[in-house]
Design a protein around this ligand. Structure first.
Ligand code: F6R
Length: 614
């Protein structure tokens, strides 16, 4: 949720940390801060608002001599966005500074105990409690690492933390428990951060820290230890192959726009190495040793949940596997959950760190289910904890609103359906697609990049024109049926999160059961009315809306018999693959609406890219 970076090296550390924070700003951006040691004093500088506010404050500080520093960009969980709640937090004696991502669930209890011992608190945060707990444990432990570990052992919840001390101005300490933290090994410099882009300009050598691990790093040395007993752990560093170019805007006005336009490339990359030589089967070696599921439970949040809802149509239709799709925050607390033998759980998460999805994965594993993780971020917690991980290979998604990740998840779901269809077919199951059908479907998938490449500029134009036309709407319905229902949900989610216009995604057939009461001439509807078996039904629903004076934009194919205010034609593809053409149109409409209304497209208010708290 928040972004953390720690640096120990030979360069002026504060600028390195601020620059790293800029690359982490997508993780949270309501306040930011940094800590470094100057002439034996632990100095903390913090500011409410975006990073620019912190930079302004730092302009008045002599920071150049510090070669060790840490920083934090925050997304509030405890306490309002304010300078007093910004990180780093200092211990009462001013010797320790701590930055933290996550939630310490028992912080109230600890706070009461520390208050009774005379500690005072200046913020509403759990982080200030934790740093004082470390200070308290220093009184009984033989060194700082012991005190750090002792305090963390008492803390319940999820965290990634980074600690500095004025007695050890050249060392950063860090630890993780259910929140991402990666160590970066440079030459004469070392890093720790919540995400790789923070330090990628300096090193590609990384260690993915495990839950319950501590790292102590200076410029030239580092040690990883078990939190439990401080026994050393070993890791083989991995090399990151993607570069910063992939995480830059590349000439686009916003990351979101760039990422929408990257979707043809995402499909090409996703298909690479995933189709057999005859072009009639999907290759997913990650699944070869696992049985074909009797039933599949898909669990995810937000946009990833929408991908799962869409994927159900393919998995059921192409591979004849019954599928249930559930929101992770609901799944994890459903007491009556009974997974059956041979059931499989598929968790979908772009970041691989979403707290609810990770918790669902752990519950499913505890119940003995095989859990597949479909993630974008390599080495993320979900990818590591799943029985088997599949990667979407979409590259870093920086814009907070998810776009290309959904496209890549949809592609992988299509490949999974084809893969299991092939396995069933080889086992003489009659209830699945034939080789010829799979060859046809794979051909369609392979045609997508060129098709999208050709149509994206025109779609962008349409989106711009329609966004201006409908910019004064305060409400929107998004309607779809069948495989278009998840797209309606996604269209509405994108519109509300980016432009703050109230939008609801509905199964079109449900409108007459209540929501249609809302329709009037000021409440437009965005209808998905593609050329498929459900088109006549979708058309009837549109007519019902129009009968209540509702204006309608219909995302439809050429030649369809539709009389609407705005007939937005997209390329024709057989259902359910037509979703690949509809998705960018929905994304571009929301993008253009938000940009036209002057909203912060890449970093919408109140949101964070990676939701590592419940
Ligand atoms: C919407 C969006 C969120 C995420 C959700 C799950 O644009 O980005 O709804 O889809 O927070 O995130 P992941 O996929 O990282 O688990």
């Amino acid at each position: 949720m928040c972004g953390i970076i720690g640096y120990a090296g030979h360069r002026p550390a504060v600028p390195v940390v601020v620059e790293g924070l800029r690359r982490l700003e997508y993780r949270g951006y309501d306040s930011a801060g940094t800590a470094f040691v100057r002439q034996g004093d632990l100095r903390v500088v913090r500011a409410k608002g975006k990073l620019a506010a912190l930079e302004e404050k730092l302009a008045g500080e002599p920071v150049v001599t510090a070669t060790c520093a840490m920083g934090h960009t925050r997304w509030a969980t405890h306490g309002v966005p304010a300078e007093r709640n910004a990180h780093p937090h200092l211990s009462n004696d001013g010797t320790l500074a701590l930055v933290h991502n996550g939630i310490i669930e028992n912080y109230q209890e600890i706070k009461e105990d520390l208050t009774a011992r005379g500690y005072v608190f200046h913020s509403e945060t759990d982080t200030e409690v934790l740093v004082n707990l470390i200070a308290e444990r220093r009184k009984s432990e033989k060194d700082l690492r012991g005190a750090f570990a002792a305090a963390l052992r008492e803390a319940k919840g999820a965290y990634a933390v980074c600690l500095m001390c004025n007695d050890e101005p050249e060392t950063v300490y860090a630890a993780r428990m259910s929140a991402p933290l990666i160590f970066g090994l440079g030459t004469g410099e070392n890093f720790v951060a919540s995400d790789i882009p923070a330090f990628l300009p300096y090193t590609r050598q990384v260690v993915f820290l495990e839950d319950g691990e501590i790292v102590c790093a200076t410029a030239t040395n580092y040690e990883t230890l078990r939190l439990e007993d401080l026994r050393p752990t070993t890791h083989v560093p991995q090399t990151i192959l993607w570069d910063m170019q992939a995480a830059q805007k590349g000439g686009y006005r916003h990351f979101m726009l760039k990422e929408i336009f990257e979707q043809p490339r995402v499909i090409t990359d996703g298909l690479t190495g995933r189709v057999n030589g005859d072009g009639d089967g999907a290759l997913l070696p990650e699944l070869d040793s696992l049985p074909v599921p009797e039933r599949l439970h898909i669990v995810a949040c937000g946009t990833s949940w929408h991908s799962g809802l869409w994927g159900r149509h393919l998995l059921e239709h192409w591979a004849h596997i019954p599928v249930q799709v559930e929101i992770a925050s609901e799944f994890r607390y459903r007491e009556s959950l009974l997974l059956r033998k041979d059931d499989m759980v598929l968790v979908i998460s772009q970041s691989g760190e979403t707290a609810d999805t990770l918790a669902a994965l752990r519950i499913a594993r505890e119940q003995g289910a095989t859990v597949l993780g479909l993630c974008n971020v390599v080495g993320s917690s979900i990818a590591r904890e799943a029985s088997s991980a599949l990667y979407t290979q979409a590259g870093p998604e920086i814009s907070v609103a998810s776009t290309k990740a959904m496209c890549s998840q949809m592609l992988m779901l299509a490949l999974m359906a084809l893969y299991w269809s092939g396995r069933k077919d080889a086992g003489d199951a009659s209830d699945t697609q034939t080789k010829d059908q799979r060859r046809y479907l794979i051909g369609l998938l392979e045609s997508l990049p060129a098709l999208l490449e050709a149509h994206l500029p025109g779609m962008h134009e349409n989106a711009r024109r329609l966004a201006r036309k409908y910019a004064d709407a305060r409400n929107f319905f998004y309607l779809g049926r069948g495989h278009c229902f998840p797209l309606a949900l996604e269209g509405a989610l994108k519109l509300k999160e980016l432009s703050y216009i109230h939008a609801e995604g509905y199964a079109a057939g449900e409108m007459k059961h209540g929501p249609i009461a809302l329709i009037d001439s000021a409440f437009p509807t965005f209808a998905l009315a593609l050329d498929d078996a459900l088109f006549p039904k979708a058309k009837s629903n549109i007519v019902e809306v129009q009968a209540r004076q509702g204006k309608v934009i219909a995302l439809a194919n050429e030649g369809l018999d539709l009389a609407v205010d705005d007939h937005w034609v997209i390329p024709r593809l057989p259902a359910p693959l037509s979703a690949f053409a509809a998705l960018p149109a929905l994304q571009l409409f929301s993008y253009e609406m938000a940009d036209y209304l002057g909203k912060d497209v890449d970093q919408p208010r109140n949101l964070a890219k990676s939701v590592t708290v419940e």
